[in-house]
Design a protein around this ligand. Structure first.
Ligand code: ZN
Length: 328
């Protein structure tokens, strides 16, 4: 059975020299070290190699194949990641959501990250969130603050329960309309009055994406709106995919034998049927595993978060690396 370790990255930046050092991301220096670690144990492959491996009976595909993927279209991918990949001779696969590049909007998920990173006092932010709930309660028929807190505030692996509460409430814990209204209010108050200005600082632009493609990088789809695609009707899903393909065509990325990356890793069978119909070859989830390359699983490829592999070049072999190498 052919397999590939697909690694998932988001922010890659030298955080302490940025305006928002509290953003959770991989440091540029760690990225370089991780590439050196990978060079020791893995064989870098391209998206095209993976597509061929799915479609052919050729069994020579290496067990230690590795493919690097970068979600959400951050400017980091152009300024930090691309020069290093170019230097190492590695192909990266990039997934920018169309609306950020075409219309200079900021993804809700990014608004939440930056609001949390910008708040100097978390208590004040928490109070603002409760004030927002109070303000919107009558209009949207919201439950009491205690109700939401009891339901959503559970301590996490990395965050205290108050932080988890704010994240979950703003990500999924409220109906769409009040959720968006609160996210927008907090983003404007804590981060940036002008969303388009912030968007141009946060994401790549079309010329930068085209430059990466000219230099051998692969660009795939990450939806238009970066929404939970499994929550849409199949008509709406198809509309999202068409807008995604239009974007890819516009930047000169493949629209046949193309690659999709599900926002939030969310997909369902009707979506996969639509992708097949639209000649999508591979699709990435956020399921943490080494991906199997075969026609049955080509639209549900697992990935490993960058945090699952060492960020120091001469680290001992990580369990996920052992697992890949021992595969027979
Ligand atoms: Zn994403």
């Amino acid at each position: 059975m052919k397999q590939v370790t697909i690694v998932m990255y988001h922010y890659v930046r030298e955080l302490r020299y940025t305006k928002y050092p509290k953003i959770k991301g991989l440091l540029a220096s760690q990225f370089r070290e991780q590439l050196l670690y990978m060079q020791k144990y893995y064989e870098f492959v391209t998206v095209e190699d993976c597509i061929r491996a799915v479609e052919s009976d050729d069994t020579s595909f290496p067990n230690n194949a590795i493919l690097l993927t970068f979600d959400d279209g951050y400017i980091d991918h152009y300024t930090t990641v691309f020069p290093l990949l170019d230097k190492f001779g590695i192909q990266g696969c990039f997934f920018p959501p169309a609306k950020t590049i075409l219309h200079h909007e900021v993804l809700d998920v990014n608004k939440i990250h930056f609001t949390l990173a910008a708040a100097s006092s978390f208590d004040a932010l928490l109070q603002d969130v409760f004030d927002c709930l109070n303000r919107f309660r009558a209009e949207y028929g919201l439950e009491s603050n205690d109700y939401y807190f009891a339901k959503l505030a559970v301590p996490g692996r990395l965050d205290p329960k108050e932080v988890i509460f704010v994240k979950r409430l703003l990500q999924l814990g409220l109906p769409e309309a009040p959720r968006k209204a609160i996210v927008d209010y907090l983003f404007k108050k804590y981060v940036a009055e002008d969303e388009a200005v912030f968007s141009r600082e946060l994401y790549m632009d079309t010329d930068q994406i085209q430059c990466m493609i000219r230099n051998g990088m692969f660009v795939g789809g990450h939806g238009y709106d970066h929404c939970w695609l499994n929550s849409l009707s199949s008509d709406k899903q198809e509309q999202e995919i068409d807008q995604t393909l239009e974007f890819l065509k516009g930047v000169g990325a493949p629209t046949q034998d193309w690659v999709m990356c599900y926002p939030y890793g969310a997909y369902d069978q009707p979506l996969m049927d639509t992708l097949k119909k639209k000649q999508c070859s591979l699709a990435m989830t956020t399921h943490m595993e080494i991906a199997s390359l075969n026609p049955e699983q080509s639209l549900t490829l697992a990935r490993l978060d960058t945090n699952y592999l060492p960020k120091v070049a001469d680290s001992n072999m990580a369990p996920w690396t052992q697992k890949a190498l021992n595969h027979g």
